[in-house]
Ligand binder design. Sequence first.
Ligand SMILES: C[S@@+](CC[C@H](N)C(=O)[O-])C[C@H]1O[C@@H](n2cnc3c(N)ncnc32)[C@H](O)[C@@H]1O
Length: 244
Amino acid sequence: MPSASYTDPRLAAVYDALNPPSIEDAFHLDLAGAAPCAVLDMGCGTGRLASAFAARGHRVTGADPAPAMLAIASVRAGGDAITWILSDAASLALEARFDLIVMTGHVFQVFLDDEDVRAALTNLRRHLASGGRLAFATRNPAVEEWKSWTPDQTRERVEVSGQGTVDVHYDIRAAAGPLVTFETHFRFGPKDVATTASTLRFMDRDDVAAFLAEAGLSDVTWHGDWDRSPLGPASPEIIAVART
Ligand SMILES: C[S@@+](CC[C@H](N)C(=O)[O-])C[C@H]1O[C@@H](n2cnc3c(N)ncnc32)[C@H](O)[C@@H]1O
């Protein structure tokens, strides 16, 4: 079940203000290349990247289990050119096969136990065309980025159309083994506050590689950041691009 940050329509509406286009988008657009191909954006959220793929002429499917996120995605400019599917990664059941499947915004980290990871990767592998690629990332556990998810270090004020000013911050609640639980606080007005809880799994490169191999994906290119720098012990990201 996705976090209420994505399933509550009022909170989902804050997502785009908090997550403007980034170098991560450029990395994935580059992966797709210039020639039109079939792209699946799994965990597409509000469809920012899916619509950018479509604007470049790719045939795009965007899938997400949170109806509130898909509702925003489907009315985005160019959204009518995209096939939107309400589904999580493990349950997706399409006849279509894709040249590129992406999971951006660290969607991979919502798969909390080994069975969740296996079910998602195996099913996504099944949706890849011959020679197709699956790209996703986890934040590098060795960097312990969650230690900076404190109110003081994350406080942000954004303008949301129709809602005005919203103050947002994160607050780490627990870090137990690979699982990190944090709250997101949204302040819409003096007495109008919403708090959601989310848990993410942090996985090292060897474990990611082992899960990919189990899913039949052993040909993997690794990067340590969105500028394509090589993966090293202190890299912020563990980015996998796996080919069938
Ligand atoms: C941080 S957002 C990323 C959205 C988008 N990919 C982006 O980069 O802006 C995480 C998304 O993952 C979705 N999600 C949650 N559980 C999922 C699952 N089991 N399979 C696929 N997507 C999931 C959420 O609904 C949410 O839209």
